[in-house]
Design a protein. Structure first.
Length: 315
């Protein structure tokens, strides 16, 4: 597994991160059980993945903690997340600190490397920066958190409104950003600043429902064409991304592989998160992320097709 320095954190992170949320949640969402979830985490470690990302909302912290039992703590970069509000109520500083302690207990650790405020909206941002960041700093001073992070809610905010504001501040060491070949808008709106400031970038939504192909992809592309956001004359309506997969040693062997390679080699992205409930699927994704960039012609065509899209997440 390749490794990269995660921005100003100085941490040496695997370019593939194990995402413990998403549709799979380590397989727990498909009732595969905790034993399978533990096996997925341990297989990731076997493959050289040292970045593990979870959240209190995912229900996977306990499985991650169990999987990491006996693993040297300094060999793993552990990331978790706490929402800025739930059930219509804002998270208070006291609540944030109590919930952080609960996360640590479930993860069976004394500290996390990155604690994120989870899925922050533009409307929540000022409260987070003014009220919750001081509480995060207290957790940091207590040795319970090493670095501060923030994640966007990419589904309802594909224009990155929250993070466009967050990059103006200097408190965030790490950001989790939605980016994929259908919506590469972070390339212009966020990455120039994150790169200049040395902010570590975790890529989420590299592969989502539409990027698995089939009717969801066709429906999404049809809607973009109808809105005038994608040129119809440049597309095969029945197989809009079929040009990426062909009998060519440099080309992708599957749409999923193409999607991961697109994100992996984007300047400004450090770690690409991949979530699954299957050790075999995990191995396929790891192999995809270790392949070289997509051919220049493919990247140029993707830029011409989707370079101006900022209205979809691919979910």
């Amino acid at each position: 597994m390749d490794h990269i320095v995660l921005g100003r954190t100085g941490l040496s992170a695997s370019v593939m991160g194990l995402g413990c949320g998403g549709h799979s949640r380590l397989g727990l969402a498909q009732q595969k059980g905790e034993e399978n979830a533990v096996a997925v985490v341990r297989r990731a470690l076997d493959l050289g993945v040292n970045f593990i990302d979870t959240a209190e909302a995912y229900g996977t912290e306990e499985a991650v903690g169990k999987a990491l039992d006996g693993v040297p703590r300094d060999s793993v970069i552990l990331s978790t997340k706490i929402s800025a509000g739930r059930q219509g109520q804002r998270t208070t500083p006291a609540d944030l600190k109590a919930r952080a302690d609960a996360c640590l207990a479930r993860l069976r650790t004394d500290y996390v490397d990155v604690l994120h405020l989870h899925g922050v909206s533009a409307e929540q941002y000022d409260y987070c920066a003014e009220t919750l960041v001081p509480a995060l700093r207290e957790l940091q001073a207590a040795g319970k958190v090493r670095f501060l992070g923030i994640t966007e809610a990419f589904g309802p905010d594909p224009q990155h409104r929250a993070l466009v504001r967050a990059i103006e501040d200097d408190c965030w060491d790490v950001m989790m950003i939605g980016f994929n070949l259908l919506n590469p808008s972070a390339r212009e709106r966020l990455f120039p600043v994150t790169r200049a400031k040395g902010i570590g970038v975790l890529c989420m939504f590299a592969v989502r429902r539409a990027l698995q192909g089939g009717e969801p992809l066709r429906d999404l592309v049809r809607s973009l064409v109808a809105e005038g956001k994608v040129p119809a004359e440049s597309l095969d309506a029945d197989d809009p991304l079929g040009f990426l997969v062909r009998d060519d040693p440099e080309a992708a062997k599957s749409l999923t592989e193409a999607a991961y390679r697109f994100c992996r080699h984007e300047p400004g992205i450090h770690v690409v998160l991949s979530g699954t409930g299957s050790p075999a699927h995990l191995e396929e994704n790891a192999a995809a992320l270790l392949r070289p960039p997509l051919p220049d012609a493919d990247r140029a065509r993707l830029a011409a097709l989707f370079g101006g899209v900022d209205s979809v997440s691919g979910n």
